[in-house]
Design a protein around this ligand. Structure first.
Ligand code: COI
Length: 383
């Protein structure tokens, strides 16, 4: 891929690489015959609840075992017609991504490290025996959709057009084998804050009963099954009054893993920043890796290691752990104010958002929204 993407600051004339633009030109765009009227769209863009509002179009590429990736198009957003025997409905052969398109002050629209999401989608696809989608196809599909639905990219503070690329086995076949027919789609959902109420500390139940993944399983893949496995524990945590659930490793039930939809970080009293190492059952978060970089930029020691729950609990009690936060594309950086489990209930620091947590959150969003120089070359202009 030839790179012509550079500074993520607004005002740059950067566009996507020539290779990606060439793929983008292969997409057939068929505009919807019933576009959302302007006043209705403006109303929908006003503080939409996460994941409830969708733009007028979707991008789509089909795959056939004999033909590879074919039929690149953008078409009207709408229900998919699926045969009841469609493989994904039975065996869950599906993977997805989460990204955002950000409107900068000058009206240009950018996205964040899409190559990382594209590469992760292919790693997830490999684990689920789905075909790899070339990085350029992935980014081109996102770009063509955003350009078609540019009016759906909100400009309110902290808002964005959330992009949900996903791939699934579309072949109608009940045999248990990798499907010969697959669909890749990108849909777009204008969104404000992931948690209603904005940035405020969340409470977490550390679950010692259920696991979202096990050794050799699909934990590192972004596949629907991992999220399905987190729903019951999440509901039970909510019943106990907690916002989120944190999982321990499935092998020994000892070490922190992740929250199911977010990675987790600890800030220690000595200033170092620690996060569970990638053991194969933790999602390789793009936000996670960006935070490791930003924390290192601050001169902090960043440590990826196995973190025993007992160490976290002791550290919260004796002050060795001063901040805890969760992160992900949708939630960005979210402070954790309280952690509890069967045998403990601890406040994180004073229970208020920590200084480093909020600094990292601001630095990351300043880069994403073009308010700060893109010093790591993370931003890609889509429109
Ligand atoms: C994201 O952060 O984009 C995710 O995919 C997590 C999802 C559960 C909202």
């Amino acid at each position: 891929m030839t790179s012509t993407t550079e500074l993520g600051t607004s005002g740059s004339s950067a566009i996507l690489s020539q290779d990606i633009e060439e793929i983008a030109s292969l997409f057939t765009v068929t505009p919807t015959d019933s576009p959302t009227p302007d006043d209705e769209r403006v109303a929908k863009l006003d503080s939409p609840k996460f994941g409830t509002v969708f733009s007028d179009h979707m991008a789509r590429i089909s795959w056939r075992r004999d033909d590879g990736w074919i039929h690149r198009r953008v078409e009207k957003y709408g229900p998919l017609q699926l045969d009841p025997a469609t493989a994904v409905l039975h065996y869950g052969q599906e993977v997805f991504e989460g990204m955002k398109a950000y409107r900068h002050a000058d009206g240009t629209v950018w996205t964040f490290r899409p190559e990382e999401n594209a590469a992760r989608l292919s790693r997830s696809a490999h684990r689920l025996a789905l075909p790899a989608l070339p990085v350029d196809d992935f980014i081109a599909a996102c770009a063509v959709l955003v350009r078609t639905d540019i009016a759906w990219v909100p400009d309110a503070p902290d808002s964005s057009l959330y992009l949900r690329p996903f791939m699934f086995a579309s072949e109608p076949f009940l045999g248990v084998r990798p499907a010969d027919e697959v669909e890749f789609l990108v849909i777009a959902s204008p969104s404000g804050a992931y948690f209603s109420g904005g940035v405020k500390p969340v409470s977490i139940w550390v679950d010692a009963e259920y696991h979202r993944a096990g050794p050799g399983g699909t934990g590192a893949a972004k596949c629907g099954g991992n999220y399905a496995a987190s729903l019951l524990p999440q509901s039970e945590a909510a019943t106990k009054g907690f916002d989120q659930v944190c999982f321990l490793d499935g092998g020994s039930n000892t070490y922190l893993e992740e929250l199911g939809g977010m990675n987790v970080f600890l800030v220690m009293a000595d200033g170092s920043v620690h996060t569970p190492e990638l053991t194969g059952s933790i999602l390789e978060g793009v936000t996670r890796s960006s935070i490791l970089r930003l924390a290192a930029d601050h001169g902090r020691d960043v440590v990826e290691r196995r973190i025993p729950l007992t160490e976290l609990v002791d550290g919260l009690r004796n002050g060795q752990v001063s901040e805890v936060f969760a992160c992900g594309t949708a939630a960005v950086v979210t402070p954790v104010g309280r952690l509890a489990g069967e045998t403990f209930d601890a406040t994180v620091g004073t229970g208020e958002p920590g200084d480093l947590t909020m600094t990292i959150r601001r630095e990351l969003t300043d880069i994403q929204y073009g308010r700060a120089a893109d010093r790591h070359g993370w931003m890609r202009r889509l429109a």
